[in-house]
Design a binder for this molecule. Structure first.
Ligand code: OGA
Ligand code: NI
Length: 361
């Protein structure tokens, strides 16, 4: 833990670099050739029409029931094959979603001194940040971010939330309430679709003591997008992620059969993805899939990742209903606190962490 004391190098805001108008990016943002995005593959017609499944949640009740069987089947298939889907008619008001995104955009467009007041450290990562991981000399991602806790209430600290722009804290609070509600309903749907009782998955997260946090990603324009990544390949370490993106500006790519598929977000959809903790709890029935973000030279992009996580100090292991002699437990127990130390120290590294959890058999 003590290693997470401070950043290993002076922090550089990617937004400042971008706004300085440089024509070529500094070396520390240049990815090795194997990790660079092949931006022209996007023109590959075999790939153009592919998208993650879009699922209509019309009729979803508070208890996670009432969805037609065909919708439940789509969700189950999406979680097994993609680890990702988008939801529409999810009950969160579209106008409010726009307001939240634009409030955060105003934050990132504040003068740098005002943002620096919220500069974060690797100890908790809360606040305004520009890197993930503390390895000296690491190749960095082309993005800045803001990270904060909603739950548990013991970690919620308004002083670590931005005060300007006006109303920011209220908007964030309201957004948290809405997403906790939506997240809870999706947890029930996932539980049922795994063949379990509706509260089983939530109980495995620690019941009412689950955690929730927000990471707002800001991807400035990049003069050499073919050499960089906005966010390196990773799977989300937590439970369930609800992502709100800029629908005009694509950027998120999901790995599918060894290809990178660019997500085309439906207007006012949330992109939902399975995190590592649900992969573990479901004994790999549901997959936490690698994803990354590409950047571009003419538009900034903003996204809000809301992470619905297990209570951080309880052991997470495959649920016994999903373990049998034919399908033994694939993972050894670990708390989420222990688990997330890896990404906090080493930064985004594909799926190497969850693979290291495989129980020896
Ligand atoms: C994340 C993430 C994707 C995006 O924050 O974990 O994967 O589109 N974000 O910004
Ligand atoms: Ni992610």
């Amino acid at each position: 833990m003590n290693k997470l004391h401070d950043w290993p190098e002076p922090v550089i805001r990617v937004q400042s670099l971008s706004e300085s108008g440089l024509k070529s990016i500094p070396e520390r943002y240049i990815k090795p050739a194997t990790d660079r995005p092949s931006l022209n593959v996007e023109e590959d017609p075999s790939n153009m029409d592919v998208n993650i499944p879009i699922i209509d949640l019309t009729g979803l009740s508070e208890d996670g029931n009432n969805l037609p069987q065909s919708t439940m089947d789509q969700i189950s298939l999406a979680c097994r094959e993609w680890g990702f889907f988008q939801v529409v008619n999810h009950g969160v008001c579209p106008g409010f979603m726009d307001q939240v995104r634009e409030t955060w955009r105003s934050f990132f467009h504040l003068p740098m001194e005002m943002k620096q007041a919220y500069a974060n450290s690797p100890k908790t990562y809360e606040g305004y940040g520009s890197r993930l991981g503390i390895e000296k000399g690491a190749i960095l991602d082309w993005s800045d971010y803001y990270y904060l806790h909603y739950l548990p209430l013991t970690l919620k600290d308004y002083n670590k939330w931005p005060a300007p722009p006006d109303s920011c804290r209220e908007v964030i609070d309201e957004y948290g309430k809405e997403l906790v509600k939506l997240g809870g309903r999706i947890m029930k749907v996932l539980s049922i679709s795994l063949g379990l009782k509706e509260d089983r998955l939530q109980n495995a997260f620690g019941g009412d003591n689950f955690g929730a946090c927000l990471r707002v990603n800001f991807y400035p324009k990049c003069p050499q997008p073919e050499l960089a990544l906005g966010l390196s390949s990773h799977s989300d370490p937590g439970g369930l992620t609800l992502l709100l993106t800029d629908h005009q500006v694509p950027g998120l790519q999901v790995r599918k059969d060894d290809k990178w598929i660019t997500v085309k977000p439906a207007p006012h959809a949330f992109i939902v993805n399975i995190g590592d903790q649900i992969q573990v709890l479901s004994n790999a029935n549901y997959k936490s899939v690698e994803h990354r973000v590409i950047v571009n030279s003419d538009m900034e992009r903003l996204s809000l990742g809301f992470f619905y996580n297990p209570k951080s100090d309880i052991p997470i292991q495959p649920m016994e209903e999903l373990v049998s002699t034919d399908k033994p437990a694939l993972y050894s127990p670990m708390t989420f606190d222990e688990y997330r130390l890896f990404i906090r120290l080493r930064g985004p590294k594909g799926k190497s962490q969850i693979e290291s959890l495989h129980s020896p058999r």
